[in-house]
Design a protein around this ligand. Structure first.
Ligand code: PBG
Length: 356
């Protein structure tokens, strides 16, 4: 019987291995010599041939902090997610430590009375983020803390930068972002994560850190961040949906673009980013793959609030199985090339992974 052969995809033949050694694909014999189901028939065999793995070490847990003591307040559009007062954020960090989740990302719900055109509260050494960072570092120093750099929780207009007339002014915004970053670093955060998408901000922050005692603080840059409708529930959580005037399309990326993401990432690497991020996640898996293939950097992806809300709504209706969609959505990011994932499922996913 003639043996039909199928050649593996041209894409794979073109792709280089991590060692840059060209690979030659052996011709794969066709059916029935090859039966791909053979390897899938038992659990041990499926585990043996599995290409990607999700572990708790892949997770960053975003936590919303608010004022008060012993207070937790549900975020309506994110079922199961709460804003925590600082003392409870410390408890969350202890849970992260116990679950071996490497890091938390801290986001503040700033009291409306503290929001202003010049975002002054962002530079206050006693603002909510700084208090949370100090409190967590004092009790749980082994958990990494990532602080967002962007002015939207602090501005009266809800933008990530400063307005001059109707425009978000790039260069004065960068100066403000540098001040915000240094303020957070002085409070003790380990990683600053500029999410503002101003041009040149990574370089400016890196330069400011390089001169002083904090030169080893890491920068995780939201390098390819799109102007996405999937951030809606997050803006409810930090209280910026009602303040935001207009949209963020003059600084966040057009969802139609892909080459531009590579330019954004290339700049941020050149400016001194240690880790880069793509955001949102699920609708942008192609970007994660291109970025990882091109730069080989520690690459992160943010499964954003709208993705969480969307899955949670279907789960609450009994239309999707929570545990399974949670893990499937997360392994999809690993398969696309991500080294780690910011996800509101972090705690539950870590629990599941530990019990597996
Ligand atoms: C702030 C910021 C946003 C998110 C992370 N940092 C919102 C925005 O840019 O409007 C979104 C995260 C999420 O939706 O989960 N610049």
């Amino acid at each position: 019987m003639p043996r039909p052969t199928v050649s593996l995809s041209a894409e794979r033949a073109k792709r280089k291995t991590t060692d840059d050694v060209p690979t030659r694909d052996a011709p794969t014999p066709g059916f029935p010599t090859t039966r791909l189901r053979r390897n899938r028939q038992t659990d041990w065999s499926r585990r043996l041939v599995r290409e990607n793995e999700l572990t708790t070490a892949d997770l960053i847990w975003p936590v919303f902090v608010a004022g008060g003591r012993g207070e937790r307040e549900p975020v309506e559009s994110m079922p199961g997610i709460e804003r925590l007062s600082v003392d409870l954020a410390v408890e969350a960090a202890k849970e992260a430590r116990d679950l071996r989740i490497p890091a938390l990302a801290i986001f503040p719900y700033t009291d409306p009375s503290l929001r202003s055109d010049d975002a002054a509260e962002a530079f206050n050494p006693d603002n909510l983020v700084c208090r949370a960072v100090r409190a967590i570092k004092a009790e749980v120093p082994e958990v990494g803390l990532v602080c967002d750099v962007a002015l939207d929780p602090y501005t009266s207009h809800g933008h990530d930068g400063l307005l001059t007339g109707e425009r978000i002014d790039n260069d004065s915004s960068v100066e403000a972002l540098v001040r915000q970053a240094i303020n957070q670093v002085e409070a003790g955060c380990d990683v600053v994560a500029p999410s503002d998408m101003m041009d040149g901000r990574v370089g400016a922050i890196r330069q400011a850190l390089e001169g002083g005692p904090h030169k080893d603080v890491q920068i995780m840059s939201y390098a390819a961040k799109y102007a996405s409708a999937f951030y809606g529930p997050f803006r409810d959580a930090v209280g910026s949906s009602s303040t935001l005037k207009g949209d963020k399309r003059t600084y966040q990326m057009d969802p139609a673009n892909s080459d531009e993401a590579l330019r954004e990432v290339e700049f941020d690497i050149a400016e001194g980013a240690d880790m880069i991020m793509v955001k949102p996640g699920m609708p942008y898996l192609d970007i994660v793959r291109r970025v990882k293939d091109r730069f080989g950097m520690p690459t992160f992806v943010y499964q954003v609030s709208g993705e969480y809300a969307m899955l949670s709504a279907a789960i609450e209706n009994g239309w999707l199985d929570r545990d399974r969609v949670m893990l499937e959505s997360l392994i999809g990011f690993k398969r696309a090339g991500a080294d780690g994932i910011l996800t509101y499922f972090a705690k539950d996913a870590a629990r599941l992974l530990q019990s597996a």
